[in-house]
Design a protein around this ligand. Structure first.
Ligand SMILES: Nc1nc2c(ncn2[C@@H]2O[C@H](COP(=O)(O)OP(=O)(O)OP(=O)(O)O)[C@@H](O)[C@H]2O)c(=O)[nH]1
Ligand SMILES: [Zn+2]
Length: 198
């Protein structure tokens, strides 16, 4: 794994070697010695973790939502409590929580349930703000599945508010994006909200 990483060059032509050197500089910046035993592999590990946590850039939402199935139901489909981990683009610290997604099938087509969870990962595994994460999930489902409506609510706890800065441990950020019938009809929105708060 480690040797594969060393050969890698990013899309922006930054070598893995340059990336690990940058982490060594950060370690020196905080007064650490990157040559001490416990830190020898840390720059390599850190870079691999960062690549792993941003795998969403390489995923294609159109491909994920390409397989659909026939269904004669036009009732709401809801997948709730989809866990996610993301990285806040301001501090590069984790924010994590749950996403809830509903859509109203249109044209007699439904999508495999796991694909909704995969769409969350496409956008969560990038540098994000929670508002954009929420909108991107809703917009992708709207664009590629063309349902009558999409509703997305994301609940996230931001490490940058817990472990540093204002240090508030128990606040949760809640964001939503309502499209189509969920935006137009209060009844649809209320049905969705009551199901996710059960
Ligand atoms: N709206 C929004 N803000 C976020 C998100 N993630 C982190 N933030 C905030 O981004 C802001 C960055 O503010 P700055 O003042 O530039 O940075 P800072 O000095 O580190 O701010 P503090 O966290 O208040 O110490 C902070 O208020 C964070 O709480 C997010 O997903 N959405
Ligand atoms: Zn942050």
């Amino acid at each position: 794994m480690s040797s594969n990483f060393k050969k890698a060059v990013s899309a922006n032509n930054v070598s893995a070697e340059a990336a690990t050197e940058a982490v060594k500089t950060l370690l020196r910046y905080i007064g650490e010695n990157p040559k001490r035993d416990g830190l020898l592999d840390t720059p390599d590990r850190f870079c691999r973790s960062l690549i792993e946590m941003t795998e969403g850039y390489a995923l294609n939402p159109e491909e994920i939502l390409a397989t659909t199935f026939e269904s004669d139901s036009d009732e709401m489909v809801l997948l709730k409590d989809i866990e996610f981990n993301s990285l806040c683009e301001h501090h590069l610290l984790s924010f994590a929580g749950k996403a809830h997604i509903a859509y109203l099938p249109s044209g007699g087509r439904i999508v495999g349930l796991s694909k909704l969870a995969r769409i969350v990962d496409v956008y969560a595994q990038r540098l994000q703000v929670q508002e954009r994460l929420t909108q991107q999930i809703a917009n992708a489902i709207n664009k590629y599945l063309k349902p009558d409506g999409v509703a997305v609510v994301v609940e996230g706890i931001h490490s940058c508010m817990c472990v540093r800065g204002v240090r508030k441990q128990n606040s949760t950020m809640i964001t939503s994006s309502m499209l189509g019938q969920f935006r137009e009809s209060m009844a649809s929105r209320n049905e969705f909200m009551s199901l996710i708060t059960k």
